[in-house]
Ligand binder design. Structure first.
Ligand SMILES: NC(=O)c1ccc[n+]([C@@H]2O[C@H](COP(=O)([O-])OP(=O)(O)OC[C@H]3O[C@@H](n4cnc5c(N)ncnc54)[C@H](O)[C@@H]3O)[C@@H](O)[C@H]2O)c1
Length: 369
């Protein structure tokens, strides 16, 4: 592992108006000194743009002294735009979080996934590659390196498809995606491996497991269920509730990303005399899958506890058990031993604590409406 110092560096993050990107930038504002943070996002309307704008306003108004923050609206699928950012700012650490997310949406809108997740990620990789043009980095220690020192990118637990063996390990074969979204995320890992091998670019992919928390994504079950219950609508529980999800609170995800940014896979020569790819993939998940029905029960209790719903709310009348949806998987369960071994970190926040934070935020955020 090569240690990457973030202080005084130029850090480039895509998807900063998104749920995880926003929280990551907040974390960098808190703990990194003297850095320039460049954030981009295309602010697409896959979900309520007001939430994305709210997150950006939060960032724009909380920049600490000593940090230079720049937001640029743009699309990673636009090669000229991406190349222009790299030319102007020469980032040293890159975190690619921008992606078309969602499993079900990939059934009806496949184009968005190919543009953002395939072309977009390819543009990021190419820009990282060309950031080294004209330099012989081989003999330089990583902190004197020209060009990008570490590319960290979001993969997903969805790459495990219908994997039967639990917990899911990064050593398991992941050749059976059940959604286009999952296929694009697996492809990102393959692309990254190829660029690590060919151009000696240290890359780390992170397979996130169901991330949730305040200012989260309205398309995800915990947020969608809350919206529906607040309107008195019925929620649909897929696979008749026979699902288990490994939920990860957003602060835990951000802690993992933050640590991983500072530890790049080592560059060394392989037996063929060419770079042995400085490439790694980790799971970041809670490591404690919860049944969907237990999750709904805890959510209900926390919505009542936060005063969002009355204590006598008839939850049973607002629940419907329905079959599995195409693209969904019955179980996700992260083996996080590699993350703990290499970065000394395992997620800490329980589902109840996390949903409590979410319910409290939701109450405060939507109370003025
Ligand atoms: N939240 C989860 O549970 C979860 C789980 C697994 C993987 N991930 C991955 O983590 C990353 C962040 O997810 P999130 O939950 O914050 O989602 P999000 O949708 O809130 O954030 C993604 C952001 O990227 C932006 N974006 C999308 N396409 C873009 C493009 N072509 N160019 C520029 N910006 C673009 C969107 O506007 C959005 O603000 C994604 O790559 C996602 O696939 C998330």
């Amino acid at each position: 592992m090569e240690r990457i110092v973030l202080d005084n560096k130029t850090i480039f993050i895509t998807g900063v108006a998104g749920f995880i990107g926003f929280n990551l930038v907040k974390r960098l504002f808190k703990d990194v000194k003297g850095a320039t943070v460049i954030g981009i996002d295309n602010l697409n309307d896959y979900y309520d743009v007001a939430l994305k704008e709210y997150r950006l306003t939060e960032l724009n108004t909380t920049v600490p002294d000593g940090i230079a923050w720049k937001f640029l609206k743009g699309d990673i699928a636009d090669k000229q735009f991406v190349d222009g950012v790299f030319e102007e700012y020469s980032p040293k650490v890159v975190v690619n979080l921008a992606a078309q997310v969602g499993v079900r949406y990939s059934i009806t809108n496949p184009d968005a996934y190919i543009m953002s997740n395939m072309i977009g990620f390819y543009n990021i990789l190419e820009a990282c590659r060309h950031s080294r043009d004209g330099f012989d980095n081989e003999r330089l220690p990583i902190d004197n390196y020209r060009g990008v020192e570490h590319l960290v990118y979001a993969s997903s637990s969805s790459v495990y498809g219908g994997n039967k063996k639990v917990p899911f390990s990064t050593d398991d074969r992941v050749d059976n995606p059940v959604s286009l979204y999952a296929a694009t995320k697996k492809s990102n890992e393959l692309f990254a491996h190829c660029y690590s091998k060919l151009y000696d670019i240290p890359t780390t992919g992170l397979r996130f497991f169901t991330v949730y928390g305040p200012v989260g994504r309205p398309d995800m079950a915990y947020f969608d269920f809350t919206n529906k219950l607040m309107k008195g609508e019925t929620i649909q529980i897929f696979n008749y509730g026979n699902c288990r999800r490994d939920f990860t609170y957003v602060d835990d995800i951000v802690e993992g990303v933050y640590r991983v940014m500072q530890g790049a896979p080592e560059r060394k020569k392989g037996e063929d005399g060419l770079p042995s790819p400085p490439y790694a993939v980790y799971n970041i998940g809670g490591g404690q899958p919860e049944s969907l029905l237990d999750f709904v029960q805890i959510l209900q209790e926390e919505l009542v506890c936060a005063g969002l719903l009355p204590i006598d709310f008839d939850f049973e009348a607002h629940k419907q058990l329905v079959p599995m949806q195409p693209g969904d998987v019955p179980t996700t369960y992260a083996d996080t031993t590699a993350l703990e071994r290499d970065f000394g970190f395992t997620p800490k926040i329980t589902l109840r604590e996390g949903l409590r934070h979410f319910a409290q935020w939701y109450k405060q955020f939507y109370s003025h409406e």
